[in-house]
Design a protein around this ligand. Structure first.
Ligand code: IMP
Ligand code: MG
Length: 423
């Protein structure tokens, strides 16, 4: 049996904390897509130290849980090694609790260079990629050029690497990209030696054997549904399927093995990088959300764009993912607002619609809002539903009435215990 936790917006919904919250109920935590573009923030150890994981599943801090990096992930060995050192400081030994699929595709230094060169060439139309080599790595996967983790164990790995590098060099020459990447390469080969010492497994048998034994698997999504390569705001998307369907091909599990789909959404919206964002607030209200919500990218440090909750996009994500439980995060960020708004439909060319149009373009979409009175009370200490302010309850009721999934949890702070179960 597999449950899934994934983001319903443009990433950064607070999935890391929610995965961490549920992790102890599971035997295996598995990443199924994305790569080091992700940034999952956790607070760990006795002093609640902040740690951002990019590549390792968020379950590594739970005793008795094993973690899998699935075939759908793109893996940068350099990031992995850096993270291994960071978690080792908390006594976590990845040699014991991390498993990596031999079919996982590798990010090589020239992928990062290509990402950078391609973004530069796009000029004003740049996507705002995290420049971690994600797009080029997935291009090599579908282009059937990629190197995979299993290839590391082959004798001819260096030859294969040099062949791929030569291919990339031609592209980089076309872009007139001539930064010296030899330092990246040195790091890469060091990290490769480390990667070889970890547990490299046949991921699809690894996971199905465990499922057949009755173990519980939690698939941990990265990015969000609106960044899905097929259904997101293309071309301003990431290069993988971030929706629940990605679990099947990113881990090798059959669809009927998937049980709960836990969708995570903030109580408002953020987006980092370029692209459409209908409810974006480019005023002092947006600034206030950014400030109170500390909305700065966990991977790149960039300020996140902020806006009101968008039920058109959220219902789209509920439909695509088959969300069975909804988690609303960062609800406490709204504590200080006198008035709140929720987008209930779009006007596209003067016509009202509750569907995501093919052309997602801020200038074509006029979001229609319903306003709510804010609760203007501090909520981060509340642990029980009955103690939530009435205005917050109305806000949640309204969301419930307008989506096919029900709100089951409200997260009201970064701490592990700052969560309220909703009946
Ligand atoms: P890429 O995945 O690095 O190619 O970036 C493509 C787009 O997705 C950019 O707008 C990024 O800012 C965004 N993106 C990628 N990963 C994340 C994430 O984990 N959280 C939020 N945005 C992301
Ligand atoms: Mg993030």
């Amino acid at each position: 049996m597999v449950d899934v936790i994934l983001g319903l917006q443009w990433g950064d919904e607070g999935k890391g904390k929610i995965v961490d919250y549920f992790a102890s109920d599971y035997d295996v935590i598995a990443r199924f897509q994305g790569g080091p573009n992700a940034g999952h923030t956790l607070y760990v150890g006795p002093e609640n130290k902040k740690l951002v994981l990019h590549q390792i599943p968020s379950g590594v801090f739970h005793q008795g849980t094993v973690n899998l990096i699935g075939n759908g992930v793109v893996l940068d060995p350099v990031t992995l090694k850096r993270e291994a050192d960071a978690v080792a400081a908390f006594g976590v030994d990845l040699k014991k609790n991390l498993f990596i699929s031999e079919r996982t595709n590798l990010i090589v230094p020239t992928h990062r260079a290509l990402d950078k060169a391609a973004e530069l060439a796009k000029g004003n139309e740049k996507i705002g990629s995290t420049l971690k080599g994600i797009g080029p790595a997935y291009m090599d996967k579908t282009g059937r050029n990629a190197l995979r983790v299993g290839d590391l164990l082959q004798k001819n790995f260096t030859t294969s690497y040099i062949k791929l590098r030569l291919k990339h060099q031609k592209l980089l020459d076309n872009y007139n990209f001539n930064e010296d990447i030899s330092a990246w390469e040195e790091e890469f080969f060091e990290a490769i030696e480390f990667l070889k010492t970890l547990n490299i497994v046949n991921g699809e048998y690894f996971i199905n054997d465990r499922i057949n034994k009755g173990q519980k698997v939690l698939a941990e999504g990265a990015q969000g549904s609106m960044l899905d390569i097929d259904f997101g705001t293309f071309p301003f998307v990431t290069s993988s399927n971030t929706i629940s369907a990605g679990v099947c091909n990113g881990l090798g599990v059959a669809p009927q093995k998937i049980r709960e789909v836990i969708g995570v959404s903030k109580a408002y919206c953020t987006r980092v990088g370029a692209g459409p964002f209908p409810t974006e607030l480019e005023d002092e209200v947006g600034e206030k959300l950014r400030k109170i919500g500390n909305e700065f990218g966990a991977t790149t440090g960039r300020p996140r764009r902020c806006g009101w909750m968008d039920l058109v996009a959220l219902q789209y994500a509920c439909m695509l993912n088959g969300v069975t439980q909804l988690v609303i995060t960062k609800a406490d960020v709204l504590d200080a607002f006198e008035e709140l708004s929720i987008c209930t439909s779009y006007k596209v060319n003067g016509k009202e619609t509750s569907e995501i149009p093919f052309q997602m373009n801020n200038s074509l979409i006029e979001p229609q809002y319903k306003s709510f009175a804010g609760w203007q009370l501090e909520t981060s200490q509340i642990r029980e539903e009955k103690n939530l302010p009435d205005a917050m309850k109305s806000y949640i009721d309204f969301i419930n009435k307008n989506l096919t999934a029900k709100v089951r949890y409200i997260s009201n702070g970064p701490g592990r215990d700052q969560i309220v179960k909703i009946q």
